[in-house]
Structure formats: C-alpha cells, structure tokens
Design a protein around this ligand. Structure first.
Ligand code: EPZ
Length: 423
C-alpha cells in the first residue's frame, strides 16, 4: 500500500485548479443509465470511486469510458444486467445509487447491501422508503436488496431522517421517480448542490424535476428520457480542503474552477478564524496573515458546515491557539482521525459527538494511518505544518476522492511525495 511523505513547514503559494465534484459525478453517471444512447459527461475527476462505478457499469453491460482527460462517454443502450454485486458495492457505498436508476430503467434491481463503514453506521432505510413510496416491492435476500415494480407510481414521500435529510436517498428517489407514472413530491429532500446538479442533468435528459435545492422537490414522471451532455460542478469539498490547507500552512493561494456560493459556511468559518478570502466569478483567493482565532463548529446538512470538511478543519484548529469545539451532527462517530492527530501532538478530547480541541500546540511529524477519505486529507494537512516528516499510510483512501493531490500540493510548494509500496 502506497504512503505519502510530507516535510512540514512550507507555505503554500500559487494557483490550484479544482476538479469536478466526485459526489455529483457518481449520481449523474447513474442517471445516464436511464436512457438508451450515448451521454457525455464533462469534468469527471479520475478517481478510484469513478473507476469503481465504471466497473459496475461493465458488470451491467453498459459501455463507458473516458474519451479524453476528463470527459466520460456512457452508452447505456447495451444494458443487460440489473445487479450490483457485493465485491463492487463493498468498495464504494455510493454504488447504491444504481438502485434508483435500475428501477427507473429496468423496473427491477438486485443491489448488494453496502455493509460496514468506518465513519459510523450508515443505514439505507430512507433509500428503501423512497422506492416503496413509488409502489416498488422491496425485499432483503442473502445480503442483497431485491426490488421490482411492474410500474413505478408517483406519490408524496417524506424523506427526513434522524440525522436530517439524506443526500443519497434523495438522489435514488429522484433517479427512479423521473420514470414513474404521475407526480412524485419529495418532502424533506436534501438541498446539497450535488442534488441540484443531478436534477439539472436529469432535466437535460428530458425529465421534469423542479424545486431541487429546496426541501420539496416535485417530479413529473416521463417515459421520454434521452441521453444528454453535461458538465459537472466543481468539487466544493476539494476546494474547502485547499482553503483549509492555505490557512494551516500560512500561505496564499488562488482556487480556479470553483463555486464560492457552494462554500458559504466554510468561507464564513475560515474568515472567523482569520483567513482573508475574496470571491470572484469562478475563483477564490485566500490569504493568511495575522493572528488566528478558535471557533465552534457544528456539522449539518447543506447549507450548514459540511461533515466532509470536519476532519480537515480539526487539523487546522489544532494549530490555532485557544479552545475550539466541533460538534458532528451528520455522522456522530466520524472521529477516526482524532487519535491520529493526537499522535502528531494535538490535544483533542472527545465526549460523545463533541470534540474539544486545545489548539496552538506545535505538531510534530510521525507515521500515521489514514482511516477514510476525509481523515486522510486531514492528516496530509497536518503534515504540511508539522515539524519534520509525517508519513500517511494507506493513502488509497485519498485516491477515492482527491484528484492528483500530491501533484497539486507540490505545485503549490509543499514538500510532499508519494512512496510506492515496492519502493
Ligand atoms: C453523501 O453520503 C456523501 N457521499 C458523503 O460524502 C457525505 O458525507 C454525506 O452525503 C453527507 O453530506 C456521496 O455523495 C457519494 P446521507 P450519503 O444519506 O448520501 C443518515 C465523502 O467523503 N441516513 O446524506 O450516504 C446517515 O446515517 C462521503 O465524499 C439514514 O439514517 O449520506 C447520516 O447520518 C462520505 N438513513 C445522514 O442520514 C438512510 O437511509 C446523512 O447521510 C440514509 C442516511
């Protein structure tokens, strides 16, 4: 397994181009299954999760490939199968997004249950509730979700859950409901920009979705979907990670291909900490300088502070003098990075889903273990400022969601390299 070695202490300077959003690309790829023919999806990041989705497509009999650096061509005419096996689903939970798309296209689906997850329990009850709300028959059999419907029928479906709305369940229901007979109303829908992006792509395919981005989405079902061309939104989590990297390294960078309006909570929090941020059309400039202040953060569904930046923000707050408090409201057990940050000299304690960070200590480099995608990014960020050498092991997690991170950080001046397993 490869690792990443970082020598801390350099300030990041320069420009970085933000990739297309993984979490928008995956559902949009699933959306392309809904109509026979050739869809073209642009700005797709070359990430491990995207390649896992392509493996699932191959299993389904769908032809899909990159036709240039970041353009994906998906030809869903040849779909023959309607199952997603455990060997693929266990690699990536987002595989479950093919459930709604297969129901919409084929009227049946057999998708493996995703199984355990390091960031805590991740039930799928809301995904199933959505499909049942369209009058599909849904059963569990041998570790698989088996769903079928002679015809999907629209209705009003409440999708609010214990931890707020569900991004994936909203997307799965959208993917099925666009082909259902009649009108579907999703109440308590997730409002994330990735949900809007999926709805826009589906409308480009001829669907009739309105209200995406609000908690109430209305879908008029249609049998007339066709392939479409689409460009994915910029990755707000990757952008947020580079903003936090600027603050932690004490540097100044410009982000290109970015949507500042998708980052309001993050920009507001970083300004409160002391980062100077200016927004322009398609770019954000961030500059550190001056004292940094501690903050209190609660992660929430969009437009709140995203859980996918909690770990990276924790790494930053370790270096900010004073006490910061982080409450994780989306995944209350998503704190695997905490003991690893403490190994670097941080002082963080945990009480339930609340982390108290006693910041301002000097981090010192050490070998650490990445446990999941965003935790890995947090450890790389901590390595940028830690004294000496930090080695982040198991970086395959990072490959799931950060396109060319080592190259991008190197171009910004970081002393970072990837160590191949056999080196
Ligand atoms: C998406 O996961 C993202 N993944 C996650 O990013 C992100 O952390 C999450 O949304 C929250 O923003 C993708 O888009 C591929 P949810 P998703 O359903 O859709 C509970 C990353 O690092 N819930 O919105 O799976 C759930 O347990 C990944 O890129 C139910 O109770 O998340 C959680 O507490 C990690 N029942 C809350 O809802 C359900 O049926 C939100 O989860 C489904 C979810």
């Amino acid at each position: 397994m490869d690792s990443i070695e970082i020598k801390g202490g350099t300030k990041l300077e320069g420009e970085v181009l933000i990739s297309g959003a993984k979490n928008a690309a995956l559902p949009i790829m699933a959306g392309a299954l809904l109509a026979p023919g050739r869809s073209i999806i642009r700005r797709v990041p070359r990430l491990r999760d995207i390649f896992t989705m392509l493996q699932i497509f191959r299993h389904l009999g769908v032809r899909a490939k990159f036709v240039d650096e970041d353009t994906l061509e998906i030809n869903a005419s040849t779909i023959t199968d309607c199952s997603a096996p455990y060997e693929l689903v266990r690699k990536m939970r987002a595989s479950i997004l093919v459930l709604g798309a297969l129901m919409g296209r084929m009227g049946r689906a057999l998708v493996s249950l995703p199984g355990g997850c390091v960031i805590g329990p991740r039930p799928i009850d809301l995904h199933l509730k959505g499909l049942k709300g369209l009058k599909a028959q849904v059963e569990m059999e041998h570790g698989y979700i088996k769903a079928s419907a002679p015809e999907l029928i629209g209705g009003e479906i409440y999708l609010g859950g214990r931890f707020g709305s569900s991004v994936g369940a909203t997307m799965n229901l959208l993917l099925a409901a666009v082909k259902a007979r009649g009108t579907t109303t999703i109440v308590g829908a997730a409002c994330e920009p990735e949900v809007i992006d999926l709805a826009r792509f589906l409308n480009r395919m001829g669907a009739h979705v309105s209200g995406a981005g609000s908690p109430r989405i209305t879908i008029e079902g249609s049998n007339e979907l066709h392939p479409a061309e689409y460009t994915i939104i910029p990755d707000r989590i990757e952008a947020g990670t580079y903003l936090i990297a600027t603050a932690i390294s004490g540097g100044a960078i410009i982000l290109r291909n970015v949507r500042a309006d998708h980052l309001d909570a993050v920009i507001e929090t970083l300004r409160e900490i002391g980062l100077k941020i200016t927004k322009e059309e398609g770019s954000i400039t961030a500059r550190s300088g001056g004292p940094l202040s501690p903050v209190d953060i609660t992660t929430l569904p969009y437009p709140g502070f995203p859980t996918d930046l909690q770990a990276q923000m924790m790494a930053l707050l370790c270096t900010v003098p004073g006490i910061s408090v982080i409450v994780e409201k989306v995944y209350p057990e998503r704190f695997m990075h905490l003991p690893e940050l403490n190994r670097l000299g941080a002082e963080i304690s945990l009480e339930g889903a609340t982390a108290v960070v006693r910041g301002g200590c000097r981090l010192s480099g050490a070998p650490v273990m990445a446990s999941d995608l965003r935790a890995s990014a947090a450890l790389v960020l901590a390595g940028l400022v830690a004294k000496g050498k930090t080695t982040v092991r198991r970086v395959y997690h990072l490959d799931r969601g950060y396109e060319r991170m080592v190259e991008k950080l190197t171009a910004l001046g970081a002393r970072i390299k990837r160590i191949k397993e056999d080196a």
